[in-house]
Design a protein around this ligand. Structure first.
Ligand SMILES: [Zn+2]
Ligand SMILES: [Zn+2]
Length: 126
């Protein structure tokens, strides 16, 4: 494979090119979680205790970042307030963290998320 001649940062940029914001977040989530596994493998091969500790901390950071993006890109299928089913991913309103509410609940809260104070916007079809 001649891919080896392409700088890794260019390969990474090419992965994101042309993707929508949601798709970029979902991809970054996977890369960060994979990055966490790389840090863990590096930590396992590190003999310096402090360096090993730092590498494990870096793994946790990657996993946390990946988890945040996963949360922000995983649609919910019911209203958080009244449990109404929202099987259609375009139904209801959600904030940036995917706190999700049915239309009547969102309207009754003036479209402000009770968890994060963010705006509850109509969900777009995935
Ligand atoms: Zn509701
Ligand atoms: Zn929220």
């Amino acid at each position: 494979m001649s891919d080896r001649t392409i700088p890794p940062e260019q390969v990474m940029a090419s992965l994101f090119r042309g993707l929508g914001r949601r798709e970029q977040m979902a991809l970054m989530s996977k890369l960060e979680i994979a990055g966490g596994a790389v840090y863990r493998a590096l930590a396992a091969g590190e003999s310096n205790a402090l360096a090993r500790e730092k590498l494990l901390k870096a793994a946790e950071d990657e996993e946390r970042n990946g988890g945040l993006l996963k949360l922000m890109t995983t649609p919910k299928d019911k209203c958080e307030r009244c449990d109404a089913a929202l099987a259609d991913s375009a139904a209801g309103h959600a904030c940036s963290f995917q706190c999700t509410f049915c239309e009547p609940c969102a309207a009754s809260m003036n479209h402000v998320c009770p968890n994060c104070s963010g705006t509850l916007s109509p969900r777009a079809a995935a």
